[in-house]
Write a protein that binds this ligand. Structure first.
Ligand SMILES: Cc1cc2nc3c(=O)[nH]c(=O)nc-3n(C[C@H](O)[C@H](O)[C@H](O)COP(=O)(O)O)c2cc1C
Length: 223
């Protein structure tokens, strides 16, 4: 691994929330596959992978969500790839659900003793510590948190490849769940809801402003 500290900072300074994408430029399959692979390799709480990545390239569906996605309109006009992050709902995150069994038994192939440990730790986490079982909303929000880690890694990977991105929360989840889930049937809304979106492409112009951030001593607390 040969990367320099300056390279890391350069990549993070290159990344900005791109407002104007060049509609004539497409991210190559090879680059996008790499970005997806970085997403797939991301950590998730308990390793439960409580998410799916929907790559929305269908022009008709992009037009349908446009009026309900005010923060994505510039992206929808010019970005090469639009990604919709889906988070699992409580139905999939209850102990013993098909999703949990698939992850723990098929994917992780946990031996019985570790599976038993998981059951205790996960139940205590959900009921007492983080209280993720408290409500449908609490469970879903916890799953949504996982998607932000996946998204962040994908944004950084894109920046490494010289690809621009924009994270997007500027949309009406209920409308997009209806259009993409219930109507288009891309996912079952009993099991998934939309968490956040991101666009990938190439900037049509340089950012208008430099980075505006609090100074380090305002951000970090040392003791
Ligand atoms: C979770 C999240 C949601 C965001 N939603 C939008 C959005 O809907 N539309 C948009 O243009 N920018 C959006 N942004 C971009 C932020 O406004 C931007 O990241 C922030 O102002 C810092 O600027 P920079 O990313 O260019 O450094 C979002 C950023 C994050 C992290």
């Amino acid at each position: 691994m040969t990367t320099t500290k300056q390279h890391i900072l350069d990549v993070h300074n290159f990344r900005y929330a791109c407002k104007q994408f060049d509609p004539t430029k497409e991210v190559s399959k090879e680059d996008f596959d790499t970005i997806l692979e970085v997403g797939r390799l991301s950590p998730t709480s308990f390793g439960l992978e409580a998410y799916k990545i929907l790559v929305l390239q269908d022009k008709e569906l992009r037009c349908k969500i446009y009026p309900h996605a005010w923060g994505a309109q510039k992206s929808l006009e010019g970005a090469s790839h639009i990604v919709v992050f889906l988070a699992n709902k409580q139905a999939d995150l209850r102990w013993g659900s098909d999703h949990m069994e698939h992850i723990l038994r098929d994917i992780k192939q946990l031996p019985d003793d570790v599976y038993g440990f998981y059951q205790g730790a996960y139940t205590n986490f959900g009921e007492n510590d983080f209280k993720t079982y408290e409500s449908e909303r609490a469970t879903f929000d916890w799953a949504c948190k996982q998607t932000y880690i996946v998204m962040a890694n994908m944004l950084t990977a894109a920046a490494e490849l010289g690809i621009d991105t924009c994270p997007i929360e500027g949309f009406v989840p209920a409308e997009l769940n209806r259009i993409l889930g219930d109507e288009a049937g891309l996912f079952d809304t009993n099991h998934y809801g939309i968490s956040v979106m991101a666009s990938f492409g190439y900037r049509a112009e340089e950012p208008h402003r430099g980075k505006a951030r609090r100074p380090m001593d305002e951000v970090v607390l040392w003791k």
